[in-house]
Design a protein around this ligand. Structure first.
Ligand SMILES: NC(=O)C1=CN([C@@H]2O[C@H](COP(=O)(O)OP(=O)(O)OC[C@H]3O[C@@H](n4cnc5c(N)ncnc54)[C@H](OP(=O)(O)O)[C@@H]3O)[C@@H](O)[C@H]2O)C=CC1
Ligand SMILES: O=C(O)C1=N[C@H](C(=O)O)C[C@H](O)C1
Length: 246
């Protein structure tokens, strides 16, 4: 029987593409809702639910997934640490794939960022992350930018909170501190998603970048994750697990 996939956020940019990708993958659209829909009924009707909505919904949706024992694919960005902790708690009961980006190439970028963080000491190399997205995006820095920062910090044996963020510099900021990771978020037009990580020292600079040309890449990845997650035990996964890069 075809996998029954539900969509939270079906009226959105991602939700509309997800419905197309579910059909293209031979799965069944169990249902889809916007902000006023009946989320408990959607979980009850679905084998797995994909959520691309708003950070404010993450805790409720994770709770509904755990209560109904329905695996969850979570793409929403902008979650606070407390909201992420609630998602992790739900993942003790059900498998959850929570990915800052469902574009497969971003998983490689994260792996490279961690290695670069380990190889390039903060005393010599300042790490800066620049992202650009469409003018409708409501959160900054993007989830992928935060993921890159976390990967660099992990490479340096710390958490992002420990190394610190310098986000949105403006005015008399003083000289750049040694250690914190810098973030700059650009917004305009219909840019799908662009991320660059720069390590800059006194006499050289290394940059790695990822650019999405079509947001369908995220929808295809999320539907792939929905099929993959059905065979997994409870736990918190991300896209590197889905594509076998963990
Ligand atoms: N991880 C990844 O690979 C990717 C993640 N994203 C993330 O996915 C999320 C959605 O992006 P996008 O589709 O562009 O956004 P849109 O604004 O186009 O769509 C948002 C959807 O969520 C619903 N929604 C908004 N607020 C709420 C709420 N408070 N409660 C319930 N539903 C709500 C909207 O319903 P309504 O129409 O009724 O308002 C709509 O269906 C964002 O967080 C974005 O950053 C996006 C692309 C890739
Ligand atoms: O809102 C978007 O569009 C995107 N959001 C994700 C993020 O915050 O990183 C993924 C991708 O960059 C597109």
């Amino acid at each position: 029987m075809a996998l029954r996939i539900g969509i939270l956020g079906q009226s959105g940019r991602m939700g509309q593409l997800l419905a197309e990708e579910i059909a293209a993958a031979g799965a069944t659209l169990a249902g889809g809702i916007g902000r006023d829909g009946d989320a408990p009924a959607l979980f009850a009707a679905s084998d797995v639910v994909i959520d691309f909505t708003h950070a404010a919904t993450a805790e409720r949706h994770a709770g509904l997934a755990a209560a109904s024992k329905t695996p969850l694919i979570l793409g929403t960005s902008g979650l606070s640490l407390a909201q992420e902790a609630t998602v992790a708690e739900a993942a003790r009961t059900i498998p959850v794939v929570y990915a800052a980006s469902f574009a497969p190439g971003v998983s490689l970028l994260f792996a490279l960022a961690e290695r670069m963080g380990a190889a390039l000491p903060p005393e010599q190399y300042d790490a800066e992350i620049v992202e650009m997205h469409h003018r409708q995006k409501v959160d900054a820095p993007s989830g992928t930018a935060i993921g890159l920062g976390r990967a660099v910090a992990r490479g340096r044996g710390r958490t992002l909170e420990e190394v610190g963020l310098e986000s949105g510099r403006d005015g008399h900021t003083g000289p750049r501190a040694t250690g914190p990771i810098g973030f700059a978020a650009l917004r305009g037009g219909q840019v799908v998603g662009e991320h660059s990580l720069l390590f800059t020292a006194g006499s050289e600079q290394i940059t790695i970048s990822h650019r999405s040309f079509d947001r369908r890449v995220y929808a295809t990845g999320a539907v792939r994750a929905a099929h993959w997650v059905m065979a997994q035990p409870p736990g918190l996964y991300d896209m590197k697990h889905v594509i076998g890069m963990a």
